[in-house]
Design a protein around this ligand. Structure first.
Ligand SMILES: Cc1cc2nc3c(=O)[nH]c(=O)nc-3n(C[C@H](O)[C@H](O)[C@H](O)COP(=O)(O)OP(=O)(O)OC[C@H]3O[C@@H](n4cnc5c(N)ncnc54)[C@H](O)[C@@H]3O)c2cc1C
Length: 401
């Protein structure tokens, strides 16, 4: 049985970021990932990620930003509108003394940068391809069983971190229950080109059928996210490119110009999965394993990265026992406010757009009309766009190197 101070299960966006953030502590860290050596995990696909300013700061401090090879797309303005409704919200980063609220990064580009940075770490052991199977507590350690190409292995650790995504097996193994909600929508993501190049505006267009978002990428394309009812999803997947462009034009309107072409489409379920607690004895869940939220608010990774960085801060104060009860208690306390506010923000935005009841329509219209006037709501949107909520980890606050 091999021993590590910390075992992270999952080398996706959050697990890989955690491994990088832990490297300076001198602890012996292992990362278990199902994807094989030489291949990025499937989650590093063509989805367009909107990174809040706090996330960009932290990734610069972690030495990841310098390794991004493709250009990123600055979000200088945010425009939220609703079909059939005159009210709209327009936010400009200059009004907040900034050039941009955040940046758009394609997940596959981000995966390459994380992989390069992981290759520079000194204290990380990687098990891949290897799957987490189960774990049990044994005294002050947790014994973890993993299965890889060469059969099964046992690892022993002071702290098991579940960063294994929405269907987390670690969560189950820690005895943590999860509450699930299906929004009844499928989300399609594609790269699209317009006759006008993006000017730094990110658009969110709300309709009774669900939201359509346009993110300004760094390669003169928009990253489009389009929600459709689950029962319509197969038909939308089968559309040819011309029909798809016409559909997006109809859903979005002409504000960004004429849609000319589209790259391959990928499809995701819109769901919310919330762990009922974040910690168990010698174990913790972070990122999507702790909370999977509707992508409409573009918050999932931003929130998961703050999980990872806060965990590192709590561990730093208590080296060498990374999984002591008081570390985990402090972690759960520190995450409570950011977690609940971000979940409420994403869920509220999703519910505002998915409920087709005509009875709710006047209410929603009123919501959009008044929203633009209310400073508190605007600052909530800006807070989400920039990523400063609750007890903000130090690496998010400013770029220090
Ligand atoms: C369409 C879409 C758009 C999005 N846009 C944004 C956005 O703009 N901004 C934003 O912040 N977030 C966005 N998100 C959310 C973001 O993608 C997630 O929050 C993020 O991927 C969560 O990272 P994670 O590491 O927790 O989980 P994942 O990225 O799912 O990684 C989990 C990893 O665990 C591995 N794994 C799973 N089970 C096992 C096992 N048993 N053993 C070993 N390894 C295992 C998997 O192979 C994977 O590598 C979006 C999501 C979607 C679907």
């Amino acid at each position: 049985m091999r021993r590590h101070d910390i075992v992270i299960v999952g080398g996706g966006l959050v697990g890989a970021s955690l491994a990088i953030a832990l490297d300076g502590l001198g602890l012996d860290v292992a990362m278990v990932e199902a994807a094989p050596t030489g291949a990025l995990p499937a989650v590093f696909d063509q989805r367009n990620l909107s990174f809040a300013e706090a996330t960009c700061n932290a990734l610069a401090n972690l030495g990841v930003w310098r390794l991004l090879r493709a250009p990123t797309g600055p979000i200088r303005r945010i425009h939220v509108s609703r079909r059939g409704d005159f009210g709209r919200i327009e936010l400009d980063a200059r009004d907040y003394d900034r050039e941009a609220f955040g940046q758009v990064v394609v997940a596959s580009d981000f995966g390459e940068a994380l992989e390069s940075r992981l290759g520079e770490l000194r204290h990380l052991t990687r098990y891949r391809p290897a799957r987490f199977v189960e774990s049990v507590v044994d005294g002050d350690e947790r014994v973890v069983r993993i299965a890889g190409g060469e059969g099964e292995h046992l690892l022993s650790t002071r702290l098991l971190v579940g960063a294994d995504g929405t269907q987390s097996v670690v969560r189950t193994s820690l005895g943590i229950a999860a509450e699930r909600h299906d929004y009844g929508k499928a989300l399609f993501v594609a790269r699209m080109r317009c006759d006008r190049a993006p000017d730094g505006t990110a658009y969110e267009r709300l309709t009774d059928d669900g939201p359509t978002a346009l993110l300004p990428r760094g390669d003169r394309h928009y990253g489009v996210v389009h929600a459709v009812s689950t029962d319509e999803a197969d038909a939308v997947a089968a559309l040819d490119d011309e029909a798809w462009c016409a559909r997006i034009q109809d859903a979005f309107g002409w504000r960004a110009g004429r849609f000319l072409s589209a790259g391959p489409r990928s499809r995701y379920p819109a769901q919310r999965v919330l762990a009922k607690q974040l910690t168990a004895r010698r174990g913790v869940v972070i990122g999507n394993a702790a909370q999977t939220i509707h992508p409409i608010g573009a918050q999932g990774f931003n929130l998961g990265l703050r999980d990872a960085l806060t965990l590192v801060e709590c561990i730093t104060a208590s080296v060498p026992d990374a999984g002591a009860d008081d570390v985990l208690q402090r972690y759960a306390q520190r995450r409570a406010e950011d977690r609940s506010r971000t979940i409420a923000f994403s869920d509220g935005l999703a519910r505002l757009t998915v409920n087709p009841s005509p009875l709710l329509r006047p209410l929603r219209t009123l919501g959009m009309g008044t929203i633009a006037q209310v400073d508190a709501v605007q600052s909530m949107l800006v807070g989400g766009a920039m990523g400063y909520r609750g007890d903000v980890p130090a690496l998010c606050r400013e770029v220090v190197r």
